[in-house]
Design a protein around this ligand. Structure first.
Ligand SMILES: NC(=O)c1ccc[n+]([C@@H]2O[C@H](COP(=O)([O-])OP(=O)(O)OC[C@H]3O[C@@H](n4cnc5c(N)ncnc54)[C@H](O)[C@@H]3O)[C@@H](O)[C@H]2O)c1
Ligand SMILES: [Zn+2]
Ligand SMILES: [Zn+2]
Length: 361
């Protein structure tokens, strides 16, 4: 018997989200049903609603979540009923060419549930990033469940499921930020601030936060930014060079996903430095770069899928750091809201009023 629960659905491009009755099937082989306890509102949910990811409407939104496993299908061994888990959207396969090379964070064949959740009339839903956790229960592949210490509250833990992991990983895993490095982070939302917090954790000497909103820059300081630049008022490239002895930063992270910002990151980087693109551009965006500078500046231009994380390695590690008081996940939670408040949360995100709104169940 399928479970009948409430969930937040984006029915068509740009239309406000609605709460719908969702049918969640019993878990099949390799699948798990999770009772969602908290799910953060990420900018990617808004990208889905705006048709910026693909056109597979209707979407069941929400993908940054923690909860408790309530049922498992045949053959599931990594989790059991009652386990406290963070949901991840890149369940590695262990067999593709990336996994075979020992680089599973690049896995090219990540797993999602085989069965579909549906609306009450049988219309199949596309769960955001294969999760769909703005719902009381959701169906996922068991590999999408990562067990963590239940001492961490779900409002904090769930954030590791997307934005915070993406940001921390963009700095530490993709950018390779380490002790003494200089870093610039463009866009100080949940992802950018996590990149700042991750850079601090890694021992960066200088962390320059860039945003167009002064409130975001103030919050960024709380996360560990040593300097801030409002790129509406000042040329961020010139400001970053001035702060780094005229050289630029070792690692420049674009957490917006916009060609103009990417260009700033490209130009604000020291010779042999690294540019990391973690913000998600929309499919119409293009960029033109002088090839001689791509060559002449050396270093690396990298993209960061989910912070190049390995959930089984990185989620429990960051939860441990949180429980030790060394990584403040609570600082990302601006407000807790109900399932009916997601549209309003998008509005607040759009106006820069929040870092993360988190739906609690
Ligand atoms: N790569 C991944 O795996 C991954 C994972 C999660 C989210 N994302 C993406 O990361 C991006 C950020 O997500 P978020 O949840 O932090 O969003 P957010 O809306 O909370 O934050 C975006 C920030 O960028 C700032 N900004 C906007 N335009 C700017 C500009 N021109 N220059 C400087 N700052 C500017 C905004 O003021 C805001 O503070 C989104 O594109 C999201 O889709 C990527
Ligand atoms: Zn794989
Ligand atoms: Zn996300």
């Amino acid at each position: 018997m399928p479970y009948e629960v409430k969930g937040v659905v984006a029915r068509s491009k740009g239309a406000p989200v609605t709460i719908e009755t969702i049918l969640v099937p019993d878990p099949g082989p390799g699948e798990a049903v999770v009772d969602v306890q908290a799910c953060g509102v990420c900018h990617t949910d808004l990208h889905y609603r705006e048709g910026g990811i693909n056109d597979d409407f209707p979407f069941l939104l929400g993908h940054e979540a923690a909860g408790v496993v309530s049922a498992v299908g045949e053959g599931v061994t990594n989790v059991a009923v009652g386990d406290y888990v963070i949901l991840n959207w890149r369940a590695v396969c262990g067999q593709c060419r990336a996994c075979a090379k020992g680089k599973p964070w690049y896995c090219f064949n990540t797993h999602n549930a085989a069965q579909k959740m549906t609306l009450a009339d049988g219309t199949e839903l596309s769960p955001a990033l294969g999760i769909g956790a703005f719902a009381e229960k959701t169906l996922v592949h068991s590999g999408q469940c990562t067990k963590v210490d239940p001492a961490a509250p779900p409002t904090a833990a769930g954030l590791l499921g997307c934005g915070v992991m993406a940001g921390v990983g963009a700095a530490i895993n993709t950018g390779g930020v380490s002790r003494g490095d200089t870093v610039a982070v463009f866009g100080c939302g949940g992802v950018g601030d996590a990149a700042i917090a991750g850079s601090r954790l890694a021992g960066a000497a200088k962390i320059i936060a860039v945003d167009i909103d002064d409130r975001k820059l103030e919050w960024a300081r709380g996360m560990g930014a040593t300097h801030t630049v409002n790129s509406k008022d000042a040329d961020p490239v010139a400001a970053i060079k001035e702060l780094t002895g005229g050289f630029g930063v070792d690692v420049a992270i674009d957490a917006v996903g916009h060609p103009a910002v990417y260009r700033q990151a490209f130009d604000a980087r020291d010779l042999a430095g690294t540019v990391v693109l973690v913000g998600v551009p929309n499919p119409t965006m293009t960029i033109e770069l002088p090839l001689i500078e791509v060559f002449g500046r050396g270093g690396a231009l990298k993209s960061s899928w989910y912070g190049d994380c390995l959930p089984s390695r990185d989620f429990p590690m960051l939860i441990d750091l949180y429980l030790q008081g060394r990584f403040d996940l609570d600082a990302f939670v601006s407000e807790t809201i109900g399932l009916g408040d997601v549209e309003a949360a998008f509005e607040k995100m759009h106006h820069g009023d929040v870092l993360r709104s988190v739906v609690v169940f």
